[in-house]
Design a protein around this ligand. Sequence first.
Ligand SMILES: C[S@@+](CC[C@H](N)C(=O)[O-])C[C@H]1O[C@@H](n2cnc3c(N)ncnc32)[C@H](O)[C@@H]1O
Length: 267
Amino acid sequence: MATIYSRPEEYDLEHGSGEEDIDFYRRLVQRLDAHDIVELGCGSGRITQPLAALAERLDLRVTGVDLSDEMLGQARAKIEELPAGCRSRVQLLQGDIRNYAVPAPVDLIVVPCSTLAHVLELEDQLAVWTRARANLKPGGRFVVDLSMPNLQACADSMASPPRALVELDIDQETDDGAHRLIRYKTTRYEAHRQRAHVHFLYDRFEVTDRDEQARRYVSDFESHVFFPRELQLLFLHTGFAVESCYGGYRFEKLSSTSRALVMVGRV
Ligand SMILES: C[S@@+](CC[C@H](N)C(=O)[O-])C[C@H]1O[C@@H](n2cnc3c(N)ncnc32)[C@H](O)[C@@H]1O
């Protein structure tokens, strides 16, 4: 079954522009005074491109790693539009975040937008952390960015009979109003494996003067649901110290109502 990653333009439409995590990463590289940066699972360049746009001014070198041809193609097209002084400081590598290699150790490795939730097995998660540790300079940071577990969705899965509520979670239009994407989501949670089975159902509308024609498709994901203490253990077990933990993209502290879970490990 194809996922949204084979439709990178729709991935970008789904996310819209100006999401607050983009600004978080712009501020993060400056706060940490990082210059050599790797983004794991860089996808369509949603975060890579805004960082690359700062590359000349802040003396950054940015490397994006992703498995998907289609997503990397979209990222490449965005990087091509940057001034040459920025473009030349970016490289995109097709590779697996469990076993990529960069030519020289870097200051900062980031994994935005819950990419790590795609890494389901413990041995693969350990491989991601171990690779990050090996690719960082002494004092370098590994920043992991996930959603906090949605206990309400988990609880619905444990009702008898189990329920999977349909949630309309995205409704985005292109700037010219010609396309509209609506996303519906259901989550079924297997508590004993911390595994969420997520079904996304998309309606993509072509908006004309006369009517709105919809094209519908589904995209299924299995994702690992990480809890904060588990992330901490992954960092500690692979030789990092946990430096900070945020519950949102304004560097706010993690709390019981946080939606995001961003942990920073330091070598
Ligand atoms: C949620 S998207 C995030 C894209 C981008 N970082 C952003 O913030 O928009 C997840 C990306 O991770 C990539 N991915 C998933 N598993 C991967 C793996 N094992 N190795 C490399 N890339 C992977 C997918 O192809 C996809 O582009």
